[in-house]
Every structure is written in structure tokens, then in C-alpha cells.
Design a protein around this ligand. Structure first.
Ligand code: UD1
Ligand code: CA
Length: 448
């Protein structure tokens, strides 16, 4: 089984300077939704050919590894796009053709088509019935033959037909090669229409899709946002049925590949994007964004940004925390309000609860990082590391000027600027001693 994905078009109706098929749904380009469904239906990645054209480099840069890429240098129509792909496809495996702008198509629907393909049809067309057939190609079946008329070429009577072409087909390879040779751009748009291939098939069949929301083509940004809503609720329902509590599915956005464990609660206005895994019994949100991160079990994250971070069991993050790439919180860590962590490992049971920046650092176990502590990791040219040993206590408003080490079991006095290493079990003070000038501020000479 082979597949051709059509992704060369500009997508005029998007009014965009980017190709239509890379517009995103839940953070993932439309064309990649289509490719994921093809792979899930059982077709191998290396058997998928994607036809690119308009701003091809951009589209190709976003495609999953392993798919074949073919260029259609001039966009002369869907038939012409398939001709380019067929130049690189050998053998007689049936060929699935699918547009890159039907992101909601489900693997089981593709599977159904593929199952029929082995029965020797030259052409299988997936159709749908719509109350408003709009600009879709109209499907006409007569004497066992199927014909598709584009809306722009249709007669007033044909335009009334409510059964339309989804743009998804399975072709016999040899039939397709022969039929493509017969195409001409003799139509309203002056294009080589793939739809014209269908009428040449002696043995053709159409399948009507049960739920047309799956096969809606995205042509403008209204359709894009509607598709996103469908995808969002579909994903949320899957997690809910797997034991995740989602308080408000309408304001919860989860990447299709994200994994979430059971008895985790997702509060409203939460975004879980990229390659993210969340364990069991967590509480995530409200107002939280997690991206490309691994969150283990029993973790609480409130009103925070978590980006390429790892959070181990029993940690609590937020409200108003920011974990940036390379932040690793080991078990039981507490990161509180207005705390930023970047490229830093924080050991078991350690706490940084208020107004702190920890960057390029390694913090041991059971360390208390006082309010307002800053690792001064950047000297204007290079980044330097701060290391804090187990069981240390960093007093409030400390500046740790890196590179610097604080030994284990040590205490830093509040308000210190630490520029030299502090040995184990020591008190480090780096501040001016307080001076009290007695009687300096009486209001008058008389001493009142
Ligand atoms: C097409 C079908 C129409 C069907 C509809 C379903 C044709 C002629 N018409 O119309 O019957 O109802 O899809 O959504 O096939 N593309 C290329 N190269 C090109 C032109 C298009 O790769 O030269 C790609 C586009 O990037 C897009 C897909 O083919 O992903 C479909 O093209 P589009 O222009 O959206 O076709 P429709 O007008 O929607
Ligand atoms: Ca379309």
C-alpha cells in the first residue's frame, strides 16, 4: 500500500504568506495530522510521498522523518501533482491519494478504504453528504461509472447534488498511470484535475463517510478554527475516557501525542503541547502551559509556564513559576511564586518558594533557597555555574556570583553577595556590617 499526500498548493483563501497545509491545529501542522492518520492506518512511513510546491522548503522542513518528498514546481492542479508523485512510485500496490488539508481524517476511515482496495477496484472514492455542498466537487454515479464535477464547472442542476468528493481516493496503480495520461486542463480553472481520472474507471466504487466533520477540507481560517475545536474535543474525550478529569474541555488544549495518566486533573485554561507526558494523580492548571516536558506522578502545577523541563514525583510548581529548558526538579521539590529555573537540577526536597532566579546551577537535596535569591550566571559574555551542596540554607536576597560553590550544610546570611566559594558547614556573609548612628535623626536642635 502506498500513499500520496498533496501539499503543493498555496491555499489562496487562507490569505497567508505561508503555505496552507502548515497552518497548525493544536500546535501541529495540518499536513502532519494527515500523515499521522495514514501511518496509524497501517501504511509505512517510507511508503508515503508528499508533493510540495509553494514554499516547498518550509513544508519539507516540517514533515516527519522518513516520508518521501516530491516537488511540483508549478501548481497546475491536483492531477498534475499526482503525476509528479507517480514519477517516483514503482510497482502495483494500490495508491491512497489524500489532500494535505483534511486534518481530521481518522485512521479507521482510511483503513476501511484500504480494505476495499484489495477487491480489485480501479478507483475508490470517499464521498460525503453535506447540507451545503459549497465548493466541493459533486459526485455523480451512472451505470456503474462515477464522475466528479467541480463546483465551478457544474450546471445549475449538478450544483444541487449534495453528495460531494472528499478528495480522498484509492487507485489501482496501473490504472492511475494510464488515466493520468488522458488528463487535459480543459475546464473552468485551466488545471489538470485529479477528479477527471475517476470517470475512466470501469470498476469504480464510492464509499460515503458516516461523519463528514472528519473529511472537511480546510480552505480558510474559519474552517481552521472549527477543525481545531473538533480536534480539541476529540482528544479531550479520549483522555476523559482514559480516566483524566478535564474540568473544562473547551478551554483545555492538548497535543494529539501527549500522554496523561489516570486520576490527573486538568484545570481550565491549560495548554499541554509538544511531546509531553504527565503522570498519574497530578493537578495541572488553571492557566498553565506545559511544552515538551516530562511530568511524573503526584505533581501540582498552578498558573505556570513549563518548557522542556522534567518534574519528578511529588513536586509542586507555582503559582506564577517559570521552568525553562533544562530545568530538572527531583522528587518533592517546591518551586513557588515568581521563581524562574533554567538549565538547573534541583535536588530532592529542596525549596525555592519566592522571587528567585536559578540558572546554570546544581542544587543538592533539602536546600532552602530564600526569597529573592539570584544566581548571577552571566558576566556579559559567558554563562557560569553555581553549585549548592545538600542541606544548605541560602538567606533571602542573596546574589550568588557564578562561578561559585556553596558547600553542604552551609548558611548564607541574608542580603549577601557571594563571590567566593563557601566551604561545607560554614556561615558565609558578604555584606557591609550595619552601623547605627545614635540620635542622628532628631527633628530639631532642641532635641524634640
Ligand atoms: C479538491 C477537489 C474537489 C474536492 C475537494 C475536497 C480537485 C480538482 N478538486 O478541490 O473535488 O471536493 O478537493 O477537499 O481535485 N494541490 C497540489 N497541487 C496543485 C493543486 C492543489 O498539491 O496544483 C493540493 C493542495 O495543497 C491541497 C489539495 O491539493 O492540499 C487540494 O487542493 P485544493 O485547491 O484545496 O482543492 P479544492 O478546490 O478544495
Ligand atoms: Ca481543499
Amino acid at each position: 500500500m502506498k500513499a500520496i499526500v498533496l501539499a503543493a498548493g498555496l491555499g489562496k483563501r487562507m490569505k497567508s504568506s505561508l503555505p496552507k497545509v502548515i497552518h497548525k491545529i493544536l500546535g501541529k501542522p495540518m499536513v502532519n495530522w494527515v500523515i499521522s492518520s495514514i501511518i496509524k492506518s497501517g501504511i509505512k512511513t517510507q511508503d508515503i510521498t508528499v508533493v510540495t510546491g509553494y514554499k516547498a522548503e518550509i513544508v519539507e522542513g516540517l514533515l516527519p522523518e522518513g516520508v518521501k518528498k516530491v516537488r511540483q514546481n508549478e501548481q497546475l492542479g491536483t492531477g498534475h501533482a499526482v503525476m509528479q508523485a507517480m514519477k517516483t512510485i514503482e510497482g502495483n500496490d494500490p495508491i491512497l491519494v489524500i489532500p494535505g488539508d483534511v486534518p481530521l481524517i481518522e485512521p479507521h476511515t482510511i483503513k476501511r478504504l484500504l480494505e476495499d482496495a484489495v477487491k480489485g477496484y480501479e478507483t475508490l472514492v470517499l464521498t460525503m453528504k453535506l447540507d451545503d455542498p459549497a465548493e466541493y466537487g459533486r459526485v455523480i454515479e451512472k451505470n456503474g461509472k462515477i464522475r466528479i464535477v467541480e463546483a465551478k464547472d457544474a450546471s445549475p442542476d449538478e450544483r444541487k447534488i449534495s453528495e460531494v468528493n472528499t478528495g480522498i481516493y484509492v487507485f489501482d496503480a496501473q490504472f492511475l498511470r494510464n488515466a493520468l495520461e488522458k488528463l487535459s486542463p480543459d475546464n473552468a480553472q485551466g488545471e489538470y484535475y485529479l477528479t477527471d481520472v475517476v470517470q475512466f474507471a470501469q470498476k469504480a466504487k464510492k464509499l460515503i463517510i458516516g461523519d463528514p466533520t472528519e473529511s472537511i477540507g480546510i480552505n480558510n481560517r474559519i474552517e481552521l478554527s472549527r477543525a481545531q475545536k473538533v480536534a480539541q474535543l476529540r482528544i479531550n474525550r479520549r483522555h476523559q475516557l482514559n480516566g483524566v478529569t478535564i474540568i473544562d474541555p473547551d478551554s483545555t488544549y492538548i497535543d494529539p501525542e501527549a500522554v496523561i495518566g489516570k486520576d490527573t486533573v486538568i484545570e481550565p485554561m491549560t495548554f499541554i503541547y509538544g511531546k509531553t507526558t504527565i503522570g498519574e494523580r497530578c493537578n495541572i492548571g488553571p492557566f498553565t502551559r506545559v511544552f515538551n516536558s516530562a511530568i511524573h506522578n503526584d505533581v501540582t502545577i498552578v498558573r505556570s509556564e513549563v518548557d522542556e523541563a522534567v518534574v519528578h514525583n511529588n513536586c509542586s510548581v507555582g503559582p506564577f513559576s517559570r521552568l525553562r529548558p533544562g530545568a530538572i526538579l527531583l522528587e518533592g521539590v517546591k518551586i513557588g511564586n515568581f521563581v524562574e529555573v533554567k538549565k538547573a537540577t534541583i535536588g530532592k526536597g529542596s525549596k525555592a518558594q519566592h522571587l528567585t532566579y536559578i540558572g546554570d546551577a546544581e542544587i543538592g537535596e533539602n536546600v532552602n533557597v530564600g526569597a529573592g535569591t539570584i544566581t548571577c550566571n552571566y558576566d556579559g559574555r559567558r554563562k557560569h555555574r553555581t553549585v549548592i551542596g545538600d542541606g544548605s540554607f541560602i538567606g533571602s536576597n542573596t546574589a550568588l556570583v557564578a562561578p561559585v560553590n556553596v558547600g553542604k550544610g552551609s548558611v548564607i546570611g541574608a542580603g549577601s553577595v557571594i563571590t567566593e566559594d563557601v566551604p561545607d558547614y560554614s556561615l558565609g556573609l558578604g555584606r557591609a556590617r550595619q552601623v547605627n548612628k545614635i540620635d542622628r535623626y532628631r527633628k530639631s536642635e532642641k532635641g524634640e
